[in-house]
Design a protein around this ligand. Structure first.
Ligand code: MG
Length: 162
């Protein structure tokens, strides 16, 4: 087995929706980012790359590269999953926490779980997404942005265990 951890944060900018966990959520702001600013998917990519010992998302998809401008982060996760497969691994489970004062994420958690399971080539039962506020403390609490933590466990693809 291999374990990996990822963290990401993005600042709000002008806009009318955010994309978190591959799900579009209407909001009073958007995420300022080179890509679509999906903090949760970025944290998951970093957790997977960490488990693989392959560095981080910035190394694989540099934010100076115009190829990744405005890119759907689901595409990045699919690329990372190709590395997971190529290495002979598959997802054991993912546990992640999104930290946001707003928008309210509760109603979108199940959709994120289903979408992420699809992207991670796993069953929804292998994916757990949590959301919390910081009770108005710190940069997420002041509504300056959103952050996310992710932990993944990878299992050898051949071992057959679920
Ligand atoms: Mg990011």
């Amino acid at each position: 087995m291999r374990i990996g951890h990822g963290f990401d944060a993005h600042r709000f900018c002008e806009g009318d929706h955010v994309v978190i966990g591959g799900v579009r959520i209407p909001h009073t702001h958007a995420m300022l980012a080179h890509s679509d600013g999906d903090v949760l998917i970025h944290a998951i990519c970093d957790a997977l790359l960490g488990a693989l010992g392959l560095g981080d998302i910035g190394r694989h998809f540099p934010d100076t590269d115009p190829a990744y401008a405005g890119i759907d982060s689901a595409r990045l996760l699919q690329r990372v999953m190709a590395s997971v497969r190529d290495g002979g691994w598959r997802l054991g489970n993912l546990d992640a926490t999104v930290i946001a004062q707003a928008p309210r994420l509760g109603p979108h958690i199940e959709a994120m779980r289903r979408r992420l399971a699809e992207l991670l080539e796993a069953a929804p039962e292998q994916v757990n997404i949590k959301a919390t506020t910081t009770e108005r403390m710190g940069y997420t609490g002041r509504g300056e942005g959103i952050s996310a933590h992710a932990v993944v466990l990878l299992q050898e693809a051949a071992d057959g265990a679920a």
